[in-house]
Design a binder for this molecule. Structure first.
Ligand code: SF4
Ligand code: SF4
Ligand code: ZN
Length: 276
């Protein structure tokens, strides 16, 4: 297996994995979406709410705000020594005290732990009119996207097979496929069409070029044909800001490794191997 990154910054990673099956690619995708823990607001104690939103709606909106998450700092509540009561080891506490007229943003949510603020400052929560007030305390805990989407660390996470573009000798360079391609992948060559260097992986496999070629009356087979490599996958992963995207990938891979090790242990128990 080979992994090559074409982009890796705090929020976005784009990489190609070569030599794996579709099952493996999908396992990695699902692990990144639903098995990487993050903080999200789970309980809200409302002291005052004279806004136009019900308490429940307000709490729901707060739950969806991504929070910076240091997983070395917080443990899931179920694994905490407080046995689910809630303590600083498993719970991040926030206060919100605002009065209108004002648009309330995520930055108005004040964290007790300065290392666990909202990931973005300008997420709008509600518009307050004159004399409307909200006073509350919110408690965030660690869980995974498997339990609820608010604990997903990714906002976008998907893959596609690596595109293969073949152009036959029948191509007369009419250029209809170039005009039709929405990704700007093709350009005019010498009497034919060719793929622009470095843009092949941008192809979305939409096959509009094939249709344009056929519409030009070339016959029953287009001169350009689109396929894909079944063992090469292009991933794009975007973090919601709760943690660097690199950490999301690493934690997803660790989850897969742990699960595989567990499975091997169970198999060894069943077959009696490794128990000596
Ligand atoms: S399949 Fe779509 S994106 Fe790819 S080259 Fe053809 S028209 Fe462009
Ligand atoms: S539409 Fe067909 S014939 Fe025309 S340039 Fe594209 S591949 Fe060649
Ligand atoms: Zn605790």
């Amino acid at each position: 297996m080979e992994i090559a990154f074409s982009r890796l910054d705090e929020r976005v990673a784009k990489f190609t994995i070569t030599g794996v099956s579709t099952s493996f690619a999908n396992m990695l995708r699902r692990a990144m979406i639903s098995e990487v823990p993050t903080l999200a607001i789970e309980d809200v104690r409302i002291y005052d709410n004279t806004s136009v939103l019900f308490d429940e709606m307000l709490a729901h909106r707060l739950g969806l705000i991504p929070l910076r998450t240091d997983l070395k700092r917080y443990v899931p509540r179920g694994e905490c020594a407080c046995e689910g009561v809630g303590c600083p080891v498993c719970t991040a506490t926030y206060t919100l005290s605002v009065e209108g007229p004002k648009t309330v943003y995520s930055s108005d949510l004040i964290p007790q732990d300065p290392d666990a603020p909202p990931a973005e400052e300008k997420i709008p929560i509600i518009d307050l009119a004159k004399e409307q007030k909200i006073v509350l305390e919110a408690y965030a805990i660690v869980s995974t996207g498997k339990e609820h989407a608010k604990w997903q660390a990714t906002t976008a996470c998907g893959y596609k097979n690596y595109p293969k573009i073949a152009i036959s000798e029948q191509c007369d360079g009419c250029g209809m496929c170039i005009d039709e391609c929405p990704r700007g992948v093709l350009e005019a060559g010498q009497g034919n069409v060719r793929v622009i260097e470095g843009r092949q992986e941008l192809c979305s496999l939409c096959k509009l070029c094939e249709r344009a070629c056929l519409a030009g009356g070339i016959g029953t087979e287009p001169a350009i044909s689109i396929g894909f490599d079944a063992e090469i996958f292009i991933f794009v992963v975007e973090s919601d800001g709760s943690m660097p995207v690199r950490e999301i990938i690493e934690r997803a891979l660790q989850y897969i490794q742990r699960s595989s090790d567990d499975l091997v242990d169970v198999m060894n128990e069943i077959t009696g191997e490794g128990t000596e």
